[in-house]
Design a protein around this ligand. Sequence first.
Ligand SMILES: Cc1cc2nc3c(=O)[nH]c(=O)nc-3n(C[C@H](O)[C@H](O)[C@H](O)COP(=O)(O)OP(=O)(O)OC[C@H]3O[C@@H](n4cnc5c(N)ncnc54)[C@H](O)[C@@H]3O)c2cc1C
Length: 461
Amino acid sequence: MKTLCWIRRDLRLHDNAALSNALLSGETTIVFVFDSHILDKLKNKSDKRVTFIMQSLQEIEKQLQKKGSSLIIRYGKPEVEIPKLCEELKIQKVFTNRDYEPYANKRDDGVSKKLKILNIDFETYKDSVYFEKHEVINGSGSVYKVFTPYKNKWLQQFEETGRTVSDFECQLKNVRKFVNAKNVLEHNWYKEIGFVEDLPLLTGGTSEALKRLKNFDRVIADYTEGRNFPALNGTSNLSVYIRFGNLSIRDMIRFSIKTSSDGSQTWLSEIIWRDFYHMILDSHPYVEKESYKREYDNIKWLGKEEDFKAWCEGRTGFPIVDAAMRCLNQTGMMHNRPRMIVASFLCKILLIDWKKGEKYFADHLLDFDFAANNGGWQWSSSSGCDAQPYFRIFNPYTQSEKFDQDGQFIREWIPELAHATKKEIHRPDKDKFKNYPAPIVSYEQNRIRCLAMYAAVIAKK
Ligand SMILES: Cc1cc2nc3c(=O)[nH]c(=O)nc-3n(C[C@H](O)[C@H](O)[C@H](O)COP(=O)(O)OP(=O)(O)OC[C@H]3O[C@@H](n4cnc5c(N)ncnc54)[C@H](O)[C@@H]3O)c2cc1C
């Protein structure tokens, strides 16, 4: 049989469910489509994520060339490009891994319908999460709304399988042998898709991802504590690799089992959060545009557009917030602790709709993942399932004192405060640090405004 494996957010040639099955079923061609529906919406034509993808594809091409094969690249609408390629290559079956984002579901429905007309099968596999939608359910057969019982059930089911994490072996000897003249190593695909190369801080590809996973071995035991401090290298920095599938989720879980420590257990919990948010998005697709708790959409946000601009640009006058936003703007990355701080700050101190922050993160994060981002923002704004209660408001000053005690993280991103003392740096005196903006709002006053703004539509639980 002639099979096609369409890779999307699974840019790797190992432990890949769809690829493994395609190769077992027959002679396989592998394709990646630069999706014009997605790319046309990206305003920044030097988006580093495009370079990260290109680097990942180049590594795949090198691996395939060693097997006498090549990766096919297409640019356009998948519902046009995939059926066209199937006809050209006389493909009988298309294999791909499931993606739970609303756009992806729509896209796959469209492709599947077109293929059906051509009498070509379209088979999808669970790959990017460990347990999907209806696999972890409560006693009454529904999906969970609260994380801890979900996690406990997830772990119970994991134990029941004897903690055996399947490895979808990919027998590359079954790839179709051919030479692709427009392969990603020789052809200028940036030009063809209308982008320019801009190197991200982290290089795309599986070999780089595996190196980082290996280095994390030295850190994971202290993860439970270390993950809270943005100036420390206490987390894996693997989110972008898992986002684009340079690593499989099973690689991560196997690693957490192998390293077996308190830290690994906490790290596994974070991976379970990822499954949880993918499950929430898949089972409640309305969260794409609305609050999980719908009454939160009635909030009358009191914040000002100019304050949103200051937040985006890292000039709110709150050092921990500004350091985090400048770090995001320059690198496309942000540590989890500052993500929680700036998200809470935007909705609860600047009183600005969380959806604006969600969009800004989506445009700028290298590891942008719809489910995790939406989940993180709805948690921070209290509108999500199992979210922070609305009356819990992060204090940016105490968060800063606690998690960036010496101001090392702030100093790295805010040169205006490089010489501030440990005491001054969290709440600098505006008369002494004239080059650094004064706070654009009063934390103490806006905290009270926030409580009233939320309380006007939400009963305190
Ligand atoms: C407002 C907000 C927005 C976020 N947006 C994203 C996003 O777009 N993409 C994204 O991958 N993560 C997002 N997160 C979650 C988290 O901040 C990042 O996954 C983490 O900072 C990535 O760093 P790391 O790889 O070093 O993680 P580690 O701490 O090493 O964790 C390991 C892996 O677990 C997953 N993970 C960790 N924490 C979470 C979490 N809270 N929710 C879901 N998955 C998690 C990630 O895949 C991560 O790579 C967001 C969090 C918040 C509060």
